[in-house]
Every structure is written in C-alpha cells, then in structure tokens.
Design a protein around this ligand. Structure first.
Ligand SMILES: NC(=O)c1ccc[n+]([C@@H]2O[C@H](COP(=O)([O-])OP(=O)(O)OC[C@H]3O[C@@H](n4cnc5c(N)ncnc54)[C@H](O)[C@@H]3O)[C@@H](O)[C@H]2O)c1
Length: 272
C-alpha cells in the first residue's frame, strides 16, 4: 500500500519521501512504482518526460528523520496497534508541529493510534483502497480529538491526487468495510448453505444485483488472509456474528489458499 500511495503522490506532482525498514525493500517498492508508471507511458496515458519527472520526485530512505520536513506523513506499516503506536510516538517527536500525520489503517482505531502522540489533534485517518493507484476512494477519518484543519488537509490532498475523498468518524470499519466485510462473509456462508458454486454465486450477484465483480472473485483479489484479518478485527470490536470470518475462509487462509496472490483461492490463477 505504501508503494501505491507514493506512486499516486509523485504522479500528482508532490515531492515524496518513502521510508522503509530496509533499503532492499525500498528498492523493491521503487521497481514496482517504475513498472506501473512505465506502463502508463506504454499505454499513452503519460509522456516519457512526465514519467521521468514523477520518478525524480521520489526519495527513498530508511531514516525516519528524513520525514522531519514533510507537510503530510501517511503511515502504511503492518496492521498492528503496538508497532503503529511506537511509530506515531516517534513521528510526534521528529515531524513539524504543523504537519499532519495520517494512518492508512483499515481496521484499527485511529483514536488509539493517535493516543500515542502528544498532539492527537493533528492525527487523521486516510484510508486508501487496494490497489491504491486504481481505486478512487479515500476515507478521511476524524478521530475523537482530530482538529478540523487536519481533516480538511487530508481531504484536500485526496482531491489533489485525483482521488474521491469522503469524510467519516472513527468507527470500526469506517464506511466501506463496515458494510462490505459482513456482506462478503454472508456470501461465503451462502456458498455452503445454498450449496452454490463460487462461479454461480459470482454470476448471481453480478446479474441479479448489478455487482461489477462477484464476491468470490473480489475476496480472491483482496487476499483471503487480508479479509480474514479484517473480519477478525471488526468482530473483536463489534461482537456482531456477521463480522466473524466464516470457518471456510479461515481454513483456506490456514492452507495457504490466499487468492490471486498465491495462485489459488476460490479460483486458480496462472503465473502470467
Ligand atoms: N492490503 C490492503 O488491501 C490494504 C488496504 C487498505 C489499507 N491497508 C492498510 O495499509 C497498511 C499496510 O498494509 P499492506 O497490505 O501494504 O501491508 P504489508 O505488510 O504488505 O506492508 C507493510 C510494509 O510496512 C513495512 N514496515 C513494517 N514495519 C515497519 C515499521 N515499523 N516502520 C516502517 N515500515 C514498516 C514493511 O517492511 C512492509 O513493506 C495496513 O495498515 C493496512 O491495514 C491495506
């Protein structure tokens, strides 16, 4: 997600610093960004000079202090509360007092992350969707103590990078995942209840409900592990049974059937 957000930022004209824990990981992210930006040139959506300018706006580092002069920092590290709080406590020390510090968390509480800082007023959620360069939505999440200014800064940045931002408060799942996760879990339960095949379930939702993509295809794309993790996090917070991951998905995750990225989920995918 970090690489995707950096890619949107540089192509929208912003000087961007990408911080990774190890340089080889940062270089891998650069290679990914170069590949996708290069494809835009091949497809005629961008000129070669624009690609070169965009890539020149990206600086990679392992040093957190390199973020010290940024106007906006968007965190996209592992989805665990303690590492995020530790990072926000450090960002609190090294960033400018007028900088906005955002988290891309999907399922954690922005308020809890912000509580690790001395200035929770400047912490906001900026929840991008995967793949970030392609998905238009970004949820701008106001935590309990977030001030108006940082919410508007996040919103305005979302617009400047060509996204469609929406504002919401810090509640479990925010807006889209609050609706989508239990819905997809229901779909997976229906597979067993109605003894329908994944192909027929997808056909049903596409042709009977106007979904652009069937639920099994969507869960495969998101990643079974990512979906199970998000379901567990939402269930922990809401205790609503529909949020809990269906046993079938947990079994698939445990067996390494992670969807498109592992080559097999509800469907099989070729290497190409
Ligand atoms: N994958 C998705 O579909 C998706 C969608 C929306 C939001 N998100 C959120 O984005 C964040 C990242 O998700 P991801 O799927 O890209 O995760 P990931 O595990 O693929 O990547 C996390 C990256 O963070 C780096 N990292 C780990 N600890 C770090 C630290 N202490 N400091 C700096 N970097 C560190 C890792 O090296 C890794 O490159 C999570 O909060 C996740 O909830 C993910």
């Amino acid at each position: 997600m970090g690489a995707g957000i950096a890619q949107i930022s540089i192509t929208a004209g912003h000087e961007t610093v990408g911080r990774e824990v190890e340089l080889p990981l940062a270089e891998r992210a650069r290679a990914t960004i170069e590949r996708y930006v290069g494809r835009s040139v091949e497809k005629g959506r961008m000129r070669a000079a624009e690609r070169d300018d965009a890539l020149a706006r990206l600086t990679l580092t392992t040093e957190l202090s390199a973020l010290g002069d940024c106007d906006l920092v968007i965190e996209a590290i592992v989805e665990e509360l303690v590492p995020k709080q530790e990072l926000f406590a450090e960002l609190d020390r090294i960033t400018r007092r007028d900088a906005v510090v955002a988290t891309n968390t999907s399922a954690l509480s922005v308020t809890e992350i912000a509580s690790a800082t001395s200035c929770p007023e400047r912490v906001v959620g900026m929840h991008f969707f995967n793949p970030a360069p392609l998905m238009p939505l970004v949820e701008i999440v106001r935590a309990e103590l977030t001030a108006d200014g940082p919410v508007e800064t996040g919103y305005a940045f979302g617009e400047r990078i060509g996204k469609t931002p929406i504002r919401c408060h810090d509640t479990p799942g925010f807006v889209v995942n609050r609706v989508l996760i239990p819905l997809l879990n229901d779909c997976v339960r229906v597979l067993d209840e109605a003894r329908v095949t994944p192909e027929d379930l997808d056909t049903g939702l596409k042709n009977g409900a106007g979904w652009p993509m069937g639920p099994c295809t969507l869960v495969d794309l998101v990643g079974i592990d990512v979906h199970v993790h998000a379901s567990e996090a939402l269930y922990e917070k809401t205790r609503e049974p529909r949020m809990a991951p269906p046993p079938r998905l947990v079994a698939m995750r445990n067996a390494g059937l992670l969807g498109r990225k592992s080559g097999r989920g509800f469907y099989r995918y070729d290497e190409s």
